[in-house]
Ligand binder design. Structure first.
Ligand code: CAA
Length: 258
């Protein structure tokens, strides 16, 4: 069904593996379109509560946008590449109604780090290497990297990383808040799945409201506090709220996934 992805359903977790290992899982146009399709269908699937993104092989999560594909692009084509990519994949993931966890299993460079950064949570293996080296190619990060790196690590650190095209190791990424955890490569998926399972104990509709509220603070002209108030109110009309509060009063664990 997909030329560049492997899909696996593990209970309520949908694992999407980018599978172009010979190209270090670089994101060509077809892979971006396939990721859009796979994430959209996982987001719409009632059986899925969390999505995990990873790369195939032991060397690379994603080594960036596919340089071979855009090497002879014009100004207009360059702009369109960034615009389409953000719309189909990067902004799309950030606004996904279900949590997306990036399991970063090696190089996450350029578009690869941008893919990890638009995910809601990042876990890295100790061999992971991260950076936005686009200026070394005479271009800039175009899939949201100039915005999200500064949001995650602060403007000074982000500027240094991007200006120097620097590539940092997993422990430094952990220190500066770029990833949530670093574990050995053979424990990476178990760690991502453990976080996913802990998320799955909770209300999916409430988590969607959290995603909307958090994202609202990054949208110009939108007051995040107002969105939080609206989303908070909406929770009171959900089946999950009834189940969560009744379970508390009955001194039992809530069952949000009947
Ligand atoms: N695009 C296309 N192909 C890529 C690629 C990329 N981003 N990264 C790696 N590959 C390909 C290589 O061309 C090579 O293919 P061939 O065997 O056909 O030549 C194969 O993957 C293996 O790569 P290397 O031989 O280079 O492996 P290495 O171990 O020597 O080096 C690396 C690994 C340091 C990650 C190096 O491949 C590299 O620097 N890659 C490019 C990283 C980069 O600059 N990413 C940013 C891309 S631009 C971007 O993402 C723009 C944006 O924001 C929208």
């Amino acid at each position: 069904m997909y030329n560049n992805l492997l899909l696996e359903q593990k209970g309520h977790i949908n694992v999407i593996t980018i599978n172009r290992p010979k190209q270090l899982n670089a994101l060509n146009k077809e892979t971006i379109e396939e990721l859009h399709k796979a994430i959209k269908s996982a987001d719409e699937d009632l059986n899925t509560g969390v999505i995990i993104l990873t790369g195939s092989g032991e060397k690379s999560f994603v080594a960036g946008a596919d340089i071979k594909e855009f090497a002879d692009f014009t100004i207009a084509q360059g702009g369109e590449l960034a615009q389409k990519g953000q719309e189909l994949l990067f902004t799309f993931i950030e606004n996904c109604s279900k949590p997306v966890i990036a399991a970063v299993n090696g190089f996450a460079l350029g578009g690869g780090l941008e893919l990890a950064m638009c995910s809601h949570i990042r876990v890295a293996s100790s061999n992971a290497r991260m950076g936005l080296p686009e200026v070394s190619l005479g271009v800039i990060p175009g899939y949201g990297g100039t915005q999200r790196l500064a949001q995650l690590v602060g403007r000074g650190k982000a500027n240094e990383m991007v200006f120097t095209a620097g590539i940092i190791k997993a422990d430094e990424a952990l220190k500066c808040g770029l990833v949530n955890y670093v574990v050995e490569l053979d424990e990476l998926m178990a760690k991502a799945e453990d976080i996913a399972e802990r998320i799955l104990n909770n209300s999916g509709t409430a988590i969607t409201s959290v995603i909307r509220s958090v994202n609202a603070s990054y949208i110009d002209g939108i007051n995040g506090y107002d969105v939080e108030i609206e989303e908070f109110g909406k929770c009171f009309g959900t089946v999950d709220f009834k189940e969560g509060t009744i379970a508390f009063l009955e001194k039992r664990k809530p069952n949000f996934r009947k």
